[in-house]
Design a protein around this ligand. Structure first.
Ligand code: SF4
Length: 687
């Protein structure tokens, strides 16, 4: 009947999981999700992966937070919004008055919309008066952005997924692309299988892309900078560098060439523990390729020298002339749906929206004039520094939206100890996460399907999502909560709809200058930078690099060993990462019944060699101990890992795996070196 049809609603949305940015229609009847139909997305057309297609039922989970909660004794009690917000604003206000604005800090999730994030950084800067604002790309992608800033100028993929597919050679370094960015991986698999694209994978673990590759090699963890720099030297020494391109478009060749002196192929083979012939083969493939696209992710960025590793990749792309063209290029694969956007909108301690440094007086004046307040001139703390500042007594209160820091940050015990010391802690989320345990007030937020806004994908593609479901219970969109808190602390904001937030951001942010909801209607998208007339840039740098002289810069590097090394007590090397079926720690996917039943338990992968040596079978319980903590888990003996390397999926339903990881981090960005952890394992008696 007509009545029945009317209750069925079709809404365009953007996937809430990974940074590929698939978009599709979601069909709903009341709160029931009937189906997902991909058809029009610029990125994915008719494809989605298992998470995009079946991963939505968490929005109706009985675990959703539906009302504000206030700490009472050892637990929490339900509260009204009025009660919760007046407590939040009184407490934040008095801590600010007593200790100054820098005693407060704010974090916004890179799962939230651009508009949620923009308001959160405006709240920190204009209402609290601090640059202590960050987002969780600190845990993953900041080093990639740093590497690109140093060399080519924009912190984003240099082209689109389409340009990866067109490339002659795809080099994947430290990315489990098939599990983590499935729809993008499909494009590479297709180009490789049908169109003769070459595929090389550098990864300690033999995941699906590694098995498909023409060459797969396994550099010793933490040494990628060495073999990548050796490739650059090989190109220069053997006449494979793109000399004309370098002469016209690149600064710093002489100094860079000098810095490459130690990086011979023999040195790389020794340090990285890769056969010399393999490295020479890889070099010859790179030299012969029509174009090279490098895809990288946390296998590079979660290391001590993560920014340098990313810089080495960009250097190599410059030497081989793989910028300024519509194939090849640099593709750091953004993890969350809005990692790119969270950086773009200025949820960072050093940048206003659009990567405009807060320390620059002209930028500051522009934002002061627009917002009608004076703004702090010094940079703020990133989320790594925030944890230490709590121990030092400098940071007293935090407002964290959508970020399960206990599960996501490294060294979970250290983070938990800090949260216990906070004077006041506000957590805003859709579920009661590990981090919520430490909160004084918990505010119920709404997930993507319940809000309007935009996400920016790994391709710098800005896309519109529309509200498909009403907000559940008393939960609210993040931007509405932030606006309410800001107004109770003296602001006078009156945003009625996220489109008004985007309009303000566009007016202050050259990268997003021409972005408007009109230009993003339905399936229309824009890839930044967007000129005021709405012209966007699917491929960056076609007319030069965003530096004063239009030229890119080669950036000299040296190599140091990772701080944390295996020794006699901790004799194994622990790696970690995602699983196809689950997203990160599983806060959302573990609450999707179909997915949870498929992969209900977590496990540690150990190699066949190690299993044999220690007499361990699959399915046995072991205690895994690092220098930072310890947990008990079942084993899975597999040919995916080798030798003394073990691998943990990130799934954290039975407690955070980051109990094991330490606080050591990349000095340039403070991104934790999650993938450099020494452990030992002990077989537990059979039960
Ligand atoms: Fe969502 Fe990523 Fe899967 Fe696309 S590839 S459906 S964006 S999780």
């Amino acid at each position: 009947s007509v009545m029945r049809e009317e209750r069925i609603k079709k809404t365009k949305t953007v996937c809430t999981y990974c940074g590929v940015g698939c978009s599709y229609d979601v069909w709903t009847k009341d709160r029931k999700i009937l189906k997902i139909s991909p058809l029009h997305g610029d990125t994915n057309q008719i494809s989605t992966c298992v998470k995009g297609k079946f991963g939505w039922d968490f929005v109706n989970s009985k675990d959703r937070l539906q009302t504000p909660l206030i700490r009472e004794g050892a637990g929490f009690r339900e509260a009204t919004w009025e009660e919760a917000l007046s407590l939040v604003t009184t407490k934040l206000g008095s801590i600010k008055q007593q200790y100054g604005p820098d005693a407060l800090s704010v974090i916004i999730s890179s799962k939230a919309t651009n508009e949620d994030g923009y308001l959160m950084q405006k709240f920190a800067r204009a209402v609290v008066g601090t640059n202590n604002i960050d987002n969780c790309s600190r845990y993953c992608q900041s080093p990639a952005t740093m590497g690109l800033f140093r060399t080519v100028g924009y912190g984003g993929d240099s082209g689109s997924i389409e340009n990866i597919a067109k490339s002659g050679l795809v080099l994947i370094v430290g990315s489990n692309t098939a599990d983590s960015h499935p729809v993008l991986a499909t494009r590479v698999k297709r180009a490789h299988k049908l169109f003769g694209q070459r595929l090389i994978v550098a990864d300690p673990r033999e995941h699906e892309m590694a098995r498909r590759a023409d060459i797969h090699f396994r550099p010793r963890p933490g040494t990628d900078l060495v073999w990548i720099s050796a490739m650059s030297r090989y190109m220069l020494d053997n006449g494979h560098a793109k000399q004309e391109f370098l002469d016209q478009w690149v600064n710093g060749l002489d100094e860079y060439r000098k810095s490459l002196e130690p990086f011979t192929m023999e040195y790389a083979a020794r340090i990285c523990e890769v056969p010399l012939e393999t490295l020479e083969q890889v070099a010859e493939e790179i030299a012969a390729a029509r174009s090279v696209a490098v895809l990288w992710a946390m296998g590079i960025t979660q290391h001590m020298r993560a920014s340098d590793g990313s810089t080495a990749i960009s250097n190599l792309l410059l030497i081989t002339g793989n910028y300024m063209r519509d194939e090849g290029g640099a593709y750091p694969l953004r993890g969350h749906n809005n990692v790119q956007g969270a950086g773009d909108i200025g949820a960072a301690p050093i940048y206003y929206p659009g990567y405009q440094p807060v320390t620059d007086a002209a930028n500051r004046k522009k934002f002061e004039d627009a917002w009608g307040v004076s703004l702090p001139p010094q940079r703020g703390m990133d989320n790594h520094q925030m944890v230490d500042a709590i121990y030092e007594g400098k940071l007293r209160a935090m407002y964290v939206a959508g970020e399960d820091m206990i599960s996501a940050d490294s060294n979970a015990n250290h983070v938990a100890g800090a949260f216990e010391k906070l004077d006041f802690f506000v957590v805003q989320d859709i579920f009661f996460t590990e981090t919520c345990r430490y909160a004084d007030v918990i505010l119920p937020a709404s997930p993507a399907l319940e809000k309007d806004g935009t996400f920016s994908s790994t391709e710098r593609r800005i896309q519109r999502l529309y509200q498909a479901l009403p907000e559940l219970g008393d939960s609210r969109a993040d931007w509405k909560i932030t606006q309410d808190i800001a107004n109770r602390m003296g602001a006078n904001w009156n945003y009625q709809h996220p489109s008004e937030i985007m309009a303000e951001m566009a007016s202050l942010t050259p990268l997003y200058a021409g972005v408007s909801y009109e230009r993003l209607e339905g399936y229309k998208t824009l890839q930044w930078p967007v000129a005021p007339d709405g012209t966007d840039q699917p491929v960056l740098y076609l007319n030069g690099f965003p530096f004063p002289d239009n030229k890119a810069r080669l950036y000299p590097l040296d190599f140091r060993e990772p701080d944390e090394q295996p020794d006699a007590d901790f004799d194994l090397f622990l790696n970690n990462g995602r699983m196809l079926e689950h997203f990160h720690e599983g806060n959302m996917t573990a609450r999707v019944p179909g997915i949870h039943e498929e992969t209900p338990e977590r496990y540690i992968e150990i190699s066949e060699e190690l299993a044999k040596e220690r007499n361990i079978e699959s399915g046995r319980w072991v205690r895994v101990t690092s220098r930072h903590g310890s947990l008990v888990i079942k084993t899975l003996v597999t040919s995916r890992v080798f030798g003394y390397q073990v691998y943990l999926p990130l799934l954290s339903q039975e407690g955070p795996i980051n109990i094991l990881t330490g606080s050591h981090s990349d000095p340039a960005t403070n991104t934790p070196a999650y993938k450099e952890t020494a452990v030992r394992i002990k077989l537990l008696p059979e039960q």
